[in-house]
Design a protein around this ligand. Structure first.
Ligand code: EPZ
Length: 421
């Protein structure tokens, strides 16, 4: 990945997003699904797997563990027959902190796992205390030395209550519990669609998981899991980002291969701002937005089914040109407004105070050189640049490419004047 790459965007009131876009598979589902393949004694096949650098990193971890990984278009096959490895090298852990989601599966398959502390990231500390305390309750012995975690033990079921409905911790516990001895209960479990997608795949492999998508999940451990075939659910955050792109340019867009049921937490906000959204049923959504949006009621990011933290940044861009004042309260991560100074460079009028961000809508943005510092903040800068009068240059594409498949190709296909150089 050449970090010097940049996106050149010519935006403004004459450039509307108009057309039809297919939504790719969900990054935040593909990653735990790829981890789950470690548990199968044979070859799993995952369809609708997005082509993203984070997915590439997960495939490198699987190879490192002894899996045979093949990609054919958006289908990834993983043969874990001969998985013997249990160490995730620091380079790969640092490349992608969500590699922590391999811990539960590797423990389930090998009874041991060694990985470096994932460390923080652009969003803040990103602790893993909930993951580790849950695995210890299931019988794992976890020691830390020189920045490495050593986990060992034969896992057994446990009754686990999460102090926060952590997505990653819920996934790790499920992955550890499916072949642990006895029953596991997860209370205050995360309810994100990605949790249900993982449970559906594991149950196809022979696992016994009940209640995924609710706050209490129970797992009955089984002896052995067999390979299965599965299709990754659509990416609700990518879908929402493209809806913001259409809305901020007062365009109209049809999204295909999306799952509207997963998007209610922010579709209602878009409608409250004046966008018109039609759900054709099935996997299609249509949005049209012919007039200036109005500021929504206060937006507070919450665990699913609330307003997703991952779509907060693109919405701050959308509100930058809305009429009125918008207030965002970021309750999930401590440092998720890093894109705001760059939005201000594009002409937005925004102030942040801790976890609160206040956006005063302006009539127009103006093109500028801006830099992405993390994935969703980068997507927000692209969204704003589409509406900004004149030319914008966006660097930091290594962040954006983690979660958006060929973002410039996608947007150009629906009328944006955008290219990568
Ligand atoms: C997942 O991260 C997603 N990543 C994130 O998406 C998403 O923002 C997040 O869930 C919330 O929806 C993937 O699925 C790969 P959490 P995760 O554990 O699992 C605290 C993106 O842009 N916490 O639900 O790391 C934590 O500090 C990414 O696609 C603990 O305190 O999120 C945070 O404040 C960004 N201790 C909160 O919980 C723990 O052990 C939410 O974290 C674990 C988490």
């Amino acid at each position: 990945m050449d970090n010097r790459q940049k996106l050149i965007v010519n935006g403004g009131s004459q450039r509307r997003i108009e057309g039809e876009l297919r939504v790719h598979g969900a990054k935040n589902s593909a990653l735990p699904l790829l981890s789950a393949t470690v548990l199968a004694h044979g070859e799993c096949v995952l369809h609708n797997t997005p082509r993203l650098t984070d997915v590439d990193a997960a495939c490198r971890i699987l190879t490192q563990l002894g899996c045979r990984v093949r990609r054919d278009g958006d289908t990834v096959s993983v043969d874990a027959t001969n998985v013997s490895g249990y160490e995730i090298p620091e380079t790969l852990m640092r490349e992608m902190r969500s590699s922590i989601v391999f811990l539960g599966a590797v423990m389930g398959r090998n009874g041991r796992c060694r990985l470096s502390f994932p460390g923080g990231c652009e969003l803040g500390a990103r602790p893993i205390d909930l993951h580790l305390s849950a695995l210890e309750q299931m019988g794992a012995e976890i020691t830390e030395e020189h920045g490495y975690l050593n986990c060992e033990g034969t896992l057994h079921g446990a009754k686990i209550t999460l102090s926060f409905p952590s997505v990653g911790a819920t996934e790790n516990i499920m992955l550890a519990a499916v072949t642990a001895k006895g029953y596991t209960e997860i209370h205050n479990a995360a309810r994100e669609p990605e949790i249900s997608d993982l449970a559906n795949f594991l149950n196809k492999m022979g696992a016994k998981i009940f209640g995924a998508g609710e706050s209490v999940i129970t797992v009955r451990g089984v002896e052995r899991l067999e390979p299965a075939e599965h299709s990754v659910i659509p990416d609700r955050i990518v879908a929402g980002t493209y809806l913001c792109a259409a809305a901020i340019t007062r365009g109209e867009l049809i999204l295909t291969n999306c799952e509207p049921q997963h998007m209610n937490g922010f579709l209602t906000v878009l409608e409250s701002m004046g966008a018109r959204i039609y759900n054709y049923g099935g996997e299609k959504l249509y949005i049209t937005c012919k007039k200036r949006l109005i500021a929504p009621p206060t937006i507070r990011t919450m665990p699913y089914p609330g307003f997703p933290t991952d779509i907060q940044a693109p919405f701050t861009a959308l509100c930058a040109t809305a009429e009125g004042t918008s207030v965002f309260v970021e309750t999930i991560f401590e440092n998720r407004f890093r894109h705001i100074p760059e939005l201000v460079r594009l002409g937005a009028s925004v102030k942040t105070e801790g976890r609160v961000c206040v956006v005063e809508g302006v009539k127009r943005l103006s093109g500028a050189k801006v830099c992405a510092a993390e994935l969703r903040g980068g997507a927000a800068l692209v969204t704003a640049a589409l509406a900004a009068e004149g030319t914008s240059e966006i660097t930091g594409l290594q962040y954006i490419d983690r979660g958006y498949e060929n973002i410039e190709t996608a947007l150009r296909s629906v009328g944006a004047d955008i290219r990568r150089s």
